[in-house]
Design a protein around this ligand. Sequence first.
Ligand code: PMP
Length: 322
Amino acid sequence: MGVSFDKIDGFIWFDGKLVPWADANVHVLTHGLHYASCVFEGERAYSGSIFKSREHSERLKRSAQILDFEIPYSIAEVDAAKQLVIDRNGLPDAYVRAFAWRGSEMMGVSAPTNSIHVAIACWTWPSYFDPAERLKGIRIGLAEYRRPDPRTIPALAKASGLYMICTISKHIAERKGYAEALMLDWEGRIAECTSANVFFIKDGKVHTPIADCFLDGITRQTVIDLARRRGIEVIERRIMPDEMSNFSECFITGSAAEITPVSEIAHWRFTPGALSKQLMEDYSAEVQPRNTKAVAYSALASSQNTSPSDSSVSSQRKDISG
Ligand code: PMP
């Protein structure tokens, strides 16, 4: 095991200020911890630029609204703060975690006036899955839990509560020697993995489940776009597990997982092939920044201590105007 996540050296953006990593703490009586009133994003920076930063910030804001709270920063401010975090930590290629949660003022199910907190951290996360495994494909187990009916939970939000069954399912899969777990949806159709969407290939066409009861990943949308740009047909449809015997290739997608080929799901077998490799190459090219850094710190102009050249990071938090 590596260094514990509370022991990393660096800076975390916490409610408008960069603070030393060790000082980014919350009280045990925090609504987000007890009632899962927490939303988050997982993103990647490539060569100093966060891929689709704006889309992630927009989703973060939207997820919070679905959970009935408003993030007290604009999308431009969240974008600028994320950029500041990777710059100040000196990590041009990093995984970025932005998150927001309800604070401690009220500790019951209802907490409409609780303060809303936002933090952003980043760390190195070279490849989600073992690089040696990557090209030969990972092995995935079938999860017992299913993605719930969207009438029973806000399924399209990237909210902590939705990850409870992901953690349980991934632990069970890992104990059986798998790298991931595939969940069906509430009607028994293929849904998604615990932190990635899934794609299949058959006769040169790409098939993927309709994202109406699970996260419509930003990587998923990017891959669909990349395939269509190449003239490859992408079919979004209901897919039953039995159909997996007809697919030749399979891969999963996510900001952390990027495009990761799959060699097996339970007793179904796939051989990562030319189309998966092509899309992996296209994705690697797509995530690289085209111009010099587009995100300016100007959105954070009203706060102090935001200049990347300013090395005197204050541990005192100060709100930036929203
Ligand atoms: N599904 C789940 C459950 C996830 O956690 C993720 C990762 N955020 C994804 C799909 C893929 O989403 P994205 O491509 O936006 O990272």
